[in-house]
Design a protein around this ligand. Sequence first.
Ligand code: GLU
Length: 454
Amino acid sequence: MRIAPSPTGFAHLGTASTALYNLLFARQREGTFALRIDDTDLERNRPEYEALIYEALRWLSLDWDEGPDKGGPYAPYRQSERVDLYRQHAVRLLDEGKAYKCYCTQEELEAERRQAQFEKRPYKYSRRCLTNPPTDRGVFAVRFKVPGGSVVFTDMIRGEMAFDAELIGDFILMKSDGFPTYQFASPVDDALMKITHVIRGEEHLSNTPYQLMIVDALGYERPIAYAHMPLILAKDGAKLSKRKHPESNLMLYREQGYLPEALINYLALLGWNPGTAQEIFTFEELMRIFSFDRVQHAGARFDWEKLNWINGEWIRAMVDGELAKRLQPFLSNLDEATIMRAVPALKTRMTKLADATEYLDYLWKEPDMPALDAEQASRIDMAVDALKEVPWEPEPIEHALEGVVERTGLSKNKLYTPIRLTLTGKKVSLPIHYTLALLPKEIAMTRLMRAVPA
Ligand code: GLU
């Protein structure tokens, strides 16, 4: 198995989803999983984007067995380092008469295309350079001579697929700059790297007949099967695009504090269903039950609510010490012991780790004084009285405040809202007894007393 991401931008959600399905399948079959960097588009590739792919996949523990950084029996794993191989294969196809040199200029090809449009027929290259090549030109691309017939293959999701190759025009294998097209490099590598199952996004379904014709022309063994996974769609049904949809950026999930386990869980369910009501899965569980026959054909819509729910479930299930460790980057102003004390309360409220910053920043930022009316101030006064002698732990604090509620007949809301506003400057906080207990007692009392007119 392999994935072949192109380092042309931030690491994409689709790359993680493809990697996950490949890895699950590879682990089920005791196969190997390679990361191949598809970087033959010189203008759009950047090494820093390649680094982002590694970082994102490692964060998700979608680890590969072979790749540019790890080596392996089919190295190199970066296509830009394999250009000689593609050239040799192109020369072989030229020698065998399965490909030919094409000298046409962009303008000439454009004119052919326009003519086809004008005559309302689907465009196919005219084969001018096959039948009547010019003799006075030096710059050429290498074009594949499409043999025609039909191309049939097995797709593990869609079943038997058949494409009519008569509709496919001769296409470019090597560009005039000496670099291969994706359509050529990809099947050459899949064959040389002995990829048995090509698992990739549905947008590549129509590329498969092109690539199989090349494998056949080279006399290589075909992959056993393909799987073209449903596209991930935005909520509105549009294809997720790097530009328009921030949710396509994998790093965003780490920044907002989605747990990698939860994102994996969510991605597995986006396009696949287990056939039972279970929704929370570890990677190991997925490995046991995942199969391509339960992958849907239609595009899968991204659903933040479901992801948030799954993330919350993972957060609540996590042991406190581990959660505290994961929270540290979001709470760099707090020491470990404070984070640990906050965890039980945070657990009940958070959907993502970044929420912790919002809940706890009152511990290191002095809030603005809220505008309280006289009644609210007097309620704080009562709370101050009740809290004076109380040991500074959540339970006794809760007990003391409940005592005030009982004695005065006030609602909890009436008593707690001004306390919350005064301590945090916010209307929403952790449960009030935790909000108090997490601050050192003198600071909590000083903030409260400041709200009471002398
Ligand atoms: N570079 C292509 C992509 O990122 C690879 C497609 C393939 O798996 O063949 O979509």
